[in-house]
Design a protein around this ligand. Structure first.
Ligand code: PXP
Length: 241
């Protein structure tokens, strides 16, 4: 199971003071050195954290690869075609939200997603759709031609304890449903050291994208130790040890 480290909140902290530090590029390189399998970053339309020059510098410098999260807009499509990351994850975006709330409505946006996917795929970019664990959305995702999905784990992460098993079962069923139909299945959102293990045990899930909890934990442990702790937790869960 691969770990994508989302470094958006390093940029959030930098921007809060209008300084040049902490540097998202330095975070990306440190993350890679200490176990990140790739770097995830979200260029939001309002540029509230990651900026265009961050994407360019990180894409140019990383030794692994980047997974660029972006909204379904013409501007972002052009940006991705310029930068040519290995992966693009298409996410829904609302201006006022604190973070990505809910998955893409692939059913409503099917034609536009199929069109963007076609253009990105032609440029050699792997497209993933960030969706809720819902069979009708997965079926619609298949029809767009996207080779991968990322299951939104936010409902599971935010659920009260008594509700969590039901949310986890939804993720597990969706992961098997999608992988049996040939999709690569990733997952992420709201995962932390306390709730990641049950998700890591779901075998069809290939990659996890984790940001907020890792950057938060790095305040106390440092980024290298926070990533190591997360990798070990995932590895132990995955291998049943
Ligand atoms: N995956 C996607 C598609 C996201 O939009 C985000 C948040 O940017 C994450 C994963 C990471 O979520 P978190 O910061 O809660 O770990």
């Amino acid at each position: 199971m691969l770990l994508g480290v989302n470094i958006d909140h390093v940029a959030t902290l930098r921007n809060a003071r209008g300084t040049t530090y902490p540097s998202p590029l330095e975070a990306a390189l440190t993350a890679e050195t200490h176990g990140a399998d790739y770097i995830t970053l979200h260029l939001r339309e309002d540029r509230r954290h990651i900026r265009d020059d961050d994407v360019a510098a990180i894409a140019r410098t990383v030794r692994t690869h980047i997974n660029l999260e972006m909204a379904l807009t013409e501007e972002m499509l052009e940006h991705a075609l310029r930068v040519r990351p290995q992966d693009v994850c298409i996410v829904p975006e609302k201006r006022q939200e604190i973070t990505t709330e809910g998955g893409l409505d692939v059913i409503a946006l099917q034609q536009k997603i199929a069109d963007y996917t076609h253009q990105l795929t032609a440029a050699g970019i792997r497209v993933s759709l960030f969706i809720d664990p819902d069979e009708t959305q997965i079926q619609a995702a298949l029809d767009t031609g996207a080779p991968a999905i990322e299951l939104h784990t936010g409902a599971y992460a935010d659920a009260p304890a008594h509700e969590r098993p039901r949310q986890l079962a939804k993720i597990e069923e969706a992961a098997y449903f999608a992988s049996e139909r040939g999709l690569t299945v990733n997952a992420g959102h709201g995962l932390n050291i306390h709730n990641v293990a049950p998700v890591a045990k779901i075998l069809p899930i290939a990659e996890l994208n984790i940001g907020h909890a890792l950057i938060a934990q790095s305040l106390f442990l440092g980024l290298p130790a926070a990533i190591r702790q997360m990798k070990e937790t995932i590895h132990r869960a995955r291998n049943g040890v």
